[in-house]
Design a protein around this ligand. Structure first.
Ligand code: PA5
Length: 426
């Protein structure tokens, strides 16, 4: 199995090895704390051993539910927001073709009336089902979208058939959604109490939509399990990628690098960065502390954000995804007249050019004062995406502990809601 790799060589131009080494033990201590289900974060770390504890039978149950749904529908509308959306979106976008017809469409991700109107129009001639996901079961965005889409489905196919086309993923007892599911009789999966939204991608929250989109959830879990094993208590710091990443980014933070930009050179990873931003933003942004997680799609954003990264205030560091294996199907060939001046690329693949863009950008940003962490990904597939998910989750917990904030709560998310409810007269 090919493993992801963390390259910190370009960070050591900005921090010294002694500083880095001095934090190794602390990182391992934090790692142990997260690995201890009875420890400081008891009740919040159910995600930590999921790749090991999720049974084959449970994965089969998800797969069977998907197969049953597929007998009735061609398209699944996944209704959920935040942690009940971004994980599935990230994995499906990474694994699907850029121009594939979507098998999964997301709703409840905003309050835009136009979005929902256009979606209902789009669904006009489609055989669709709904997977509604909400841990609390009360979040406004998905609740409204679900009300509208459920009613459309019932109107189109009748109540009995509609119920067979709906799956709910929610808390075992709390919230409106579980009560509705019991009353109407949807198939339901439970989000365990000790797994917060942004850490829930390896539960049915992520796995059901990912399986419906046609991807192998067993391989995803196997990849995640590899990184779980990589961060067991007995693993040495020099082998534990999550601990290494957490130490590097925290030393950078101490030195005033307040913003981390996750950069990709393949648009399939755009939504992976969106998932990562929620994971780190909600876990670390507390009590006036935390690295601000940002993202860019290169080379596209080199033509928009490149100037700032190169030359703006020096408070940025980058973490780059470097994908090592590509299809290499487009080879640039020579033309007689060379009107576009590209003959110097004769025989080179487009990915070769992309790789040189990565190397050139790395060099430029380093000389412009931007530390760079590189994550080498052997190739994009279920296994490596599973590795990345678990690696980032574990590193996130350790990182938040370095700045002494509780990684697994999100009190700040409530502030806008109470204002909105007041304005709506709830
Ligand atoms: O990570 C989190 O807890 C949040 O982003 C939630 O996932 C988001 O607010 C959606 O909540 P729920 O799943 O309860 O609808």
């Amino acid at each position: 199995m090919e493993k992801i790799h963390l390259n910190l060589n370009h960070v050591f131009k900005f921090i010294n090895k002694e500083e880095y080494n001095s934090l190794k033990n602390k990182a391992l201590e934090f790692n142990k704390e997260i690995n201890n289900p009875e420890g400081k974060y008891k009740g919040y770390t159910g995600w930590n051993d999921l790749p090991e504890t999720t049974s084959e039978d449970f994965l089969n149950e998800i797969q069977n539910t998907v197969e049953e749904l597929k007998k009735r529908v061609d398209l699944l509308i996944v209704v959920g927001i935040g942690g009940s959306y971004l994980g599935a979106k990230a994995v499906i976008s990474a694994l699907a073709g850029n121009f594939d017809q979507p098998k999964v469409i997301f709703a409840g991700i905003n309050l835009s009336e136009e979005y929902l109107v256009e979606l209902t129009e789009y669904l006009n001639d489609k055989k669709f089902g709904i997977c509604v996901i909400s841990k609390s079961g009360t979040t406004t965005e998905p609740a409204i979208s679900f009300r509208v889409l459920k009613s459309l489905l019932i109107k189109t196919v009748g109540q009995d058939e509609a119920i067979k086309r709906i799956v709910a993923v929610t808390d075992k007892e709390k919230g409106a959604l579980v009560k509705m599911s019991q009353k109407l009789g949807f198939k339901t999966f439970v989000i365990p109490d000790d797994i917060g939204g942004r850490f829930s991608v390896l539960t049915p929250v992520g796995l059901l939509p990912i399986a419906f989109a046609g991807f192998d959830i067993k391989k995803l879990m196997t990849g995640a399990n590899l990184m779980l094993k990589n961060s067991k208590n007995e693993v040495l710091f020099d082998e534990n990628l999550a601990a290494q990443y957490a130490v590097a980014r925290n030393i950078l933070l101490q030195k005033g690098y307040l913003i981390e930009i996750l950069a990709n050179y393949n648009p399939k990873l755009h939504f992976f960065a969106e998932w990562w931003k929620q994971l780190y933003g909600e876990s670390e942004g507390k009590e006036g502390k935390g690295i601000y997680p940002a993202s860019v799609d290169f080379t596209s954003d080199l033509h928009s954000m490149g100037q700032y990264v190169q030359d703006g205030p020096r408070l940025l560091f980058e973490t780059i995804f470097n994908i090592q294996k590509h299809p290499e199907k487009i080879i640039i060939s020579e033309e007689d007249e060379n009107l576009d001046g590209l003959n110097y690329l004769n025989g080179k693949s487009l990915e070769y050019v992309n790789q040189k863009a990565l190397e050139g950008t790395l060099e430029a940003h380093l000389s412009g004062g931007v530390p760079n962490i590189i994550i080498d990904i052997p190739e994009i597939n279920e296994n490596t995406i599973g590795q990345l998910i678990y690696f980032f989750e574990k590193a996130c917990g350790i990182s938040a502990m370095f700045i002494d904030v509780h990684p697994f709560i999100q009190p700040g998310v409530e502030a806008y809601k109470s204002n909105m409810f007041r304005l709506l007269g709830k």
